[in-house]
Design a protein. Structure first.
Length: 117
């Protein structure tokens, strides 16, 4: 199983970024894909989750209305569209894959998002 993120970077407050996560080595169509983030000195936080099979989504309250998780244009990919970014969104964002019936999850290497003026 491989999970790889891309799309991080630096942006001013109010700006937008789109993160992409491409996964392989498992049945993507029945998996659950989740974006997490970890800011310096803080614990890992679930940001957004997409059940690929059902299409249902979940978001942490602090990003509702600003972030959108969806399937990407590329096969076996998900995207996280982040709008109206705030300094408190600064973190390493990591993609997590949970294949159906898998005893474990799989992580990408993470991508840095920095929001600063």
């Amino acid at each position: 199983v491989q999970v790889e993120e891309s799309g991080g970077g630096s942006v001013q407050p109010g700006g937008s970024l789109r993160l992409s996560c491409v996964a392989s080595g498992f049945t993507f169509s029945t998996s659950i894909m989740t974006w997490y983030r970890q800011a310096p000195g803080k614990g890992r936080q679930l940001v957004a989750r997409l059940n690929i099979g059902t299409g249902s989504t979940n978001y942490v309250d602090s990003v509702k209305g600003r972030f959108t998780i969806s399937r990407g244009n590329a096969d076996n990919s998900v995207e996280l569209q982040m709008n109206d970014l705030k300094p408190e969104d600064t973190a390493v964002y990591s993609c997590n894959a949970l294949p159906k019936n898998s005893p474990r999850t799989f992580w990408g290497q993470g991508t840095q998002v920095t929001v600063s003026s």
